[in-house]
Write a protein that binds this ligand. Sequence first.
Ligand SMILES: *Cc1c(COP(=O)(O)O)cnc(C)c1O
Length: 351
Amino acid sequence: MKYTFFTPGPSQMYPTVDKHMEYFISEQLGSISHRSKQFEDIYTYTVEGLRELLAIPDDYEIVFVSSGTEAMERIMENTVKKKSFHFVNGSFSKRWYEIAKELGIHAQKEEVEFGKGFVKIPEISHDTELVCITQNETSSGVWTRPDFIYNLQKENDYALIAVDIVSSVPIVNLDYTKLDCVFFSVQKNFGLPAGLGILILSPRAIKKAEYLQKKKTVGSYHTFTSLVSYGKKNQTPDTPNVLDIYLLGKVVEDFLIIGIEKMRKDIMRRAEYIYNFLENHKQHKPFVDKSFRSPTVIVVDVNNVGKIKEKLKEKRIIVGGGYGPLKEKQIRIANFPAVNKHNVKELLHYL
Ligand SMILES: *Cc1c(COP(=O)(O)O)cnc(C)c1O
């Protein structure tokens, strides 16, 4: 019997992946040149599918890198000369802040305790070039509402805004016209094998990268300008993960057929169902306060992580462990599109 993965990345494969993978193999797509018309068609198909699914403006570029973490580094290299500002509330946002510092950037931060969200917009100095925020902190299950990010942008419109939506896309509904660098990878809600990152860039972000490239090093591999100039030809600078680009295009099409509004509603409703269950549970409790609870990554306080994970595994269910400081006290449940109602019922039954 197969396992059901409720892990927040890598996650349960989306049910149609098998079929798309078979087609990829039977058509020998793993061997085609990334300079061929055949590849350009796959590239265009995936980019245009994503544009429609997420309602990304026509003048924004969508380019491919290797992972979410790579996107963090490329954003810092290509849009910041001196100073950035980071909202830190868990392990992923902290990693982003550390990447900035490792690159020699003068990085400032607003930090709240693990499991907490941001309430007030802090004072951000006017020479800040980029503000970074992790919309869904996968380590703690904290969801930042888009309104907070829009207000942040409005109050600091001299700076570019970068947003990590790795574990919330395509469930989070964003107005991309207010954002400059948005990124995700495919092994979370899209239910694909890991190894592909997607970067969505505003005209403003690309302009900044072009300007900086004349002033300092912006790296050599996957610079914004090389990604964008190859992207205009529906190609990538290097030999990319063609399998993942293909699968992403196909799964995006599957999502478009269901309809993104319906998918978002279904995930929200199911999250409510799971949180309700936890509220009424004798031992397990939701970790995050109501106003910051993520619908896609649900973090649960439990007594005995090892025992619960082991018991669930006997039932062929895999959940995520806790993260960072609360590793031994929490489990994480991914409420992603790849798992169905029946899987969720079963999980709650055994919990
Ligand atoms: C998983 C995750 C990342 C890292 O993505 P990779 O593709 O593994 O590099 C970054 N940010 C968040 C919020 C994540 O959930």
